[in-house]
Ligand binder design. Structure first.
Ligand code: NDP
Length: 439
């Protein structure tokens, strides 16, 4: 299984799923007879390649590119590309494994994959990003295609990067086809793809609170971590429905604005990649900025702010047991994961034992990949859907996932446990398809 330390996050994700699905495996002996678990935890293939490119000083730079094609029982491999210096095989295996079950939960015909590079887009010029994307696609194009594997964005990969990747794919293959999603609108992208993950998290949370007989989000204080694609759109939708979002954060620190986050300003600061959130307090003197170096030990500055609902939306392992304790003590009613695996296993256990509604990433943030699949549909039929149609289908999909997860948990004797419900419902569909197709 490769480098052990690198694989820790993968084992963390796998362990949670194996623990959750025990009642399902016990209820049907076919899953062990067909060796489903042994087959599912090993990716179909891991593609690892060298990416060589020239920086603006004409110096040669070398990075590593990856694509982990995990499972295509339900449809073409599908999952994002992450460009971040922390990227390694273990992180991509964890993300790819989660993606199989997430994609299964959407009910759409898509398998699971993930990819990316240790390339750091931060501080790079537009041309350098373009040259890197071009070099990356020179190798990646051999392994992808609209019916084979359809990558999308993730951390460090937005519409700009997908545009460059798509341009190169088109040049090499001479084919204008939906081999990537998250494309800019005029290159065949779908309306609402940028908003989809964040909006979807809020739709899911609204459904969950209704099912669990909790008060709705309207007028409630909410805390959000992150200031990227997912976080900004969670904040946008929460504000639109009348909730008051008082925090956001990035890799350098946290902003707490008791009067409500000024989203336009945060967008401006983050779009201009050189600006830090620290500048927020220059114009908003009522707000407080806490740099990472001043976070209490073992805690994140966002989660000690009292809130009704919390939304971790930055990255993996950013909500620890001590944070969960702070949230509980402050009366938090729900935690919804916008990022992938932001909460540690101990944090989740503590929240659940205190009856905090907990929406796991693979269910709550599936809206992004759902709209990616809508983009594939639009590309395949050479059509464009209206904003209203995409929004309606997204909301419907998130409500369907939420109900299915809640019902599955009830059926398997773990009512209210959305982690187990999501793992069992996601696993069952893939496992049944794997049994049907034989080995
Ligand atoms: P972005 O790159 O747009 O934003 C990431 C945000 O998280 C930034 O604010 C970034 O800070 C912060 N961040 C990244 N790494 C760290 C770190 N190591 N420590 C602290 N903060 C960090 O990414 P997205 O918003 O697209 O993705 C966020 C999460 O959501 C990821 O877990 C991703 O896998 C998941 N996700 C994204 C989907 C999508 O559609 N985009 C779909 C489903 C899941 P800074 O600005 O300082 O870099």
């Amino acid at each position: 299984h490769g480098n052990c330390a690198e694989n820790n996050v993968f084992y963390q994700a796998m362990e949670e799923v194996i623990y959750s699905i025990a009642p399902l495996l016990e209820s049907d002996e076919r899953y062990s007879r067909f060796g489903i678990l042994d087959r599912l935890v090993v990716p179909d293939r891991i593609i690892k390649f060298k990416v060589t490119w020239l920086d603006d000083n004409n110096q040669i730079q070398v990075n590593t590119g990856y694509r982990v094609q995990f499972n295509n029982a339900l449809g073409p491999y599908k999952g994002g590309l992450r460009f971040h210096p922390s990227v390694n095989e273990g992180i991509l295996k964890f993300l790819g494994f989660e993606q199989i079950l997430k994609n299964s939960l959407t009910g759409l015909p898509i398998g699971g994959a993930k990819g990316g590079s240790d390339f750091d887009p931060k501080g790079k010029s537009d041309f350098e990003v373009m040259k890197f994307c071009t070099a990356f696609m020179t190798e990646l194009h051999k392994y992808i295609g609209p019916r084979i594997d359809v990558p999308a964005g993730d951390i460090g990969v937005g519409a700009r990067e997908i545009g460059y990747l798509f341009g190169e794919y088109k040049k090499i293959t001479s084919s204008y086809e939906g081999a990537l999603t998250g494309k800019p609108y005029f290159l065949g992208g779908s309306l609402m793809r940028p908003e989809a993950t964040g909006y979807g998290v809020v739709y899911f949370t609204q459904s969950m609170l209704e099912i669990e007989n909790k008060e709705p989000l309207e007028g409630k204080i909410c805390t959000v971590s992150g200031a990227g694609n997912v976080a900004l759109h969670v904040i946008e939708k929460l504000q639109e429905i009348g909730a008051v979002v008082v925090t956001c954060s990035d890799s350098h620190g946290t902003v707490y604005d008791p009067r409500g986050i000024d989203l336009a300003l945060v967008k401006e600061l983050k779009l201009n990649r050189s600006n830090s959130l620290e500048m927020y307090v220059q114009t908003h003197t009522e707000a407080k900025y806490t740099p990472v170096s001043e976070y209490p030990e073992g805690e994140h500055a966002v989660w000690n702010i009292p809130c009704y609902a919390a939304f971790p939306c930055a990255t993996q392992n950013e909500l620890f047991e001590a944070d969960a304790r702070n949230l509980i003590e402050n009366g938090c009613v729900s935690v919804s994961e916008g990022a992938n695996m932001p909460s540690t296993p101990n944090a989740i256990a503590l929240l659940q034992s205190h009856k905090v509604c907990f929406a796991p990433a693979k269910a709550a943030n599936a809206g992004g990949v759902a709209v990616s699949e809508f983009e594939m549909s639009q590309n395949a039929s050479m059509s464009k859907w209206s904003y209203e149609k995409v929004n309606y289908k997204l909301e419907e999909t998130m409500q369907m996932i939420c109900k299915r997860v809640a019902l599955t948990a009830k059926d398997y004797g773990v009512e209210g446990n959305y982690v187990d419900g999501a793992n069992i419902a996601g696993f069952k569909k893939v496992a049944d398809a794997m049994i049907a197709e034989g080995i």
